[in-house]
Design a protein around this ligand. Structure first.
Ligand code: ADP
Ligand code: ADP
Length: 226
């Protein structure tokens, strides 16, 4: 559970590509905020800076009360879910979910409890012994979510997590992710280029274009004042 604050954030990639320009955001604790906009507008770059996967060129990033510009990704109390799932193919579902905790030297019985709890929430208890290649797209996405949940992060970061799923499953997983948000009662920051997804999922929506934030509002207000 944490606020996320971006103050005058800029990202300039090598070659002088200004991907994010003076972004200011005040994300409240427990909000479900969606960053939306066309491909190349700087959504991913913004999310990756919050995750610590991309260096911030200038500006200040706070997670909770802590200035995080120079904090390592693993120390930020965040977990990120990617569109390509990024599961380890040689590990079982259980091992995939346990891996991050093992790296952090979490005691085995605690790992076991957390993995089983997350698997129950996501309804994948029966899949724990399978390898990723023996899973459907939707099941893989659940495992990717599970891997984030076991870490008990204060902030969930999701970059187009549903874009590899077919239309029907995508709609179903939107509902699942919203349920997860309610259940975990923590902050979610979700990136999509899909306007319908943004409007149906966000409690607030951040509209980006050409590296700039154009509008921040509730879906209702954006619908009425596009
Ligand atoms: P979005 O997520 O909205 O599609 P990105 O944040 O991925 O947008 O990209 C924003 C801009 O930054 C684009 O012009 C993209 O080409 C550029 N960009 C992204 N990553 C890099 C990189 N590693 N090096 C140089 N330019 C990049
Ligand atoms: P080790 O490091 O000794 O190989 P593991 O990390 O594989 O041990 O397993 C630790 C505990 O996690 C085991 O006691 C077991 O209960 C549980 N576990 C491991 N893999 C699975 C699995 N595929 N399904 C269910 N439980 C598992």
């Amino acid at each position: 559970m944490a606020k996320v604050i971006l103050k005058n954030i800029y990202k300039v990639y090598p070659g002088n590509v200004a991907a994010v320009k003076d972004v200011n955001l005040n994300i409240e604790d427990k909000e479900f905020v969606v960053l939306v906009g066309p491909s190349g507008c700087g959504k991913s770059t913004t999310l990756r800076m919050i995750a610590g996967l991309e260096e911030i060129t200038s500006g200040e990033l706070y997670i909770g009360d802590r200035l995080c510009n120079d904090v390592a990704p693993k120390d930020r109390d965040i977990a990120m879910v990617f569109q390509n799932y990024a599961l380890y193919p040689h590990m079982t579902v259980y091992e995939n979910m346990a891996f991050g905790l093992k790296l952090r030297k979490t005691p085995k019985n605690e790992i076991d409890r957390k993995v089983r709890e997350a698997a129950k929430i996501l309804d994948i208890e029966h899949l724990l012994d399978r390898k990723p290649k023996a899973l459907s797209g939707g099941q893989r996405q659940r495992v990717a979510l599970g891997r984030a949940i076991v870490r008990e992060p204060k902030v969930f970061l999701m970059d187009e997590p549903l874009s590899n799923l077919d239309a029907k499953l995508r709609v179903q997983m939107r509902t699942e992710i919203l349920k997860l948000h309610r259940r975990l009662n923590t902050t979610f920051i979700y990136v999509t280029h899909d306007q319908t997804e943004a409007m149906t999922m966000g409690t607030r929506i951040v509209v980006m274009k050409d590296g700039v934030v154009q509008q921040v509002d509730t879906p209702k207000n954006i619908y009425e004042n596009p």
